[in-house]
Design a protein around this ligand. Sequence first.
Ligand code: NAP
Length: 319
Amino acid sequence: MKAIRVHQFGDPDVLKLEEVPVPSARAGQVLVKVQAVGVNPVETYLRSGINPAIQFPWTPGMDAAGIVEGVGTGVRGWQRGDRIYTSDTVTGSYAEYALCDQTTVHRLPPNLSFQQGAAINIPYATAYRALYHRARALAGEVVLIHGASGGVGVAATQIARAAGLTVIGTGGTDAGRGLIAAQGAHHVVDHRGSGYLEQILQLTDGRGVDILLEMLANVNLGRDLTLLAKYGRVIVIGSRGNVEITPRELMKRDADIRALTLSNASDRELASIHSALGAGLENGTLRPVVGREMRLADVAKAHVAVLEPGAYGKIVLLP
Ligand code: NAP
């Protein structure tokens, strides 16, 4: 089979398309014939060397959608031909086949394409965990999704809208803002426009937002604190550097800065997240948006594109 393999940390050109044997499923494992692969920013950080413990050769990727090709002994509930999406893999998802533990394989409802299936796991699980496990969101609250045009932002917009929150989403391009509005945001703001923070305060009649999901904390966290209502919570989802804050902005509001890394979720929490996502995918409130499809062989270009401004839903690779 074809698989992307990395033999050393570095720039996108360390991602090599190679021929490797198809793995076989051992006890408790499911072999998936991959139909589409989700590309996430984290894979670019890992490729660059953020986790020195990675063993080479390494095939990146946790997110994929495909068809069950075979199961190991003791696997219950899955059989050849089932449509699934993955929330982790043993062998990496950037490949024609991926081996998965049976607990990281989830049913892909028939109303969703494989491309949409590849766009579920990291974005939707992160958005759900941010809103419910970290922010403890309640219907009726106001959420600002600071960076709503990308994978996590689109997911958070759909989840929050369906749950009865008032959603304000930000995007940096006309196309991105159009997408955010189409996903159900009540208000859409340009995070590259001058005066957009004042605009957000005006949208809440000066009260501020209850929850703020932050995709680029190193740029925004200091000013985010001034947008919070009393008891407001900022949830740091993404950050690419350091930032200065004024703690008094938190003190004035009894406010919190919280953060998350999806991999800190327990097995029980992950099972709960995927049950909730399964229900939303099935009833149509969650509709993953694929903005760009690329060939697996073009993975290096995908790693450049996923970090560029002008997000529009997800980038997926087709093996
Ligand atoms: P993505 O698809 O590339 O989207 C990035 C988003 O950030 C876009 O909406 C982009 O908007 C927006 N953005 C760019 N500049 C911004 C600014 N100055 N202010 C506010 N927003 C800005 O990435 P993603 O998959 O949604 O992930 C978003 C971030 O969360 C990434 O940093 C990722 O590494 C991180 N993340 C963390 C976890 C975790 O476990 N903590 C899990 C998933 C993702 P425009 O392009 O329209 O400007």
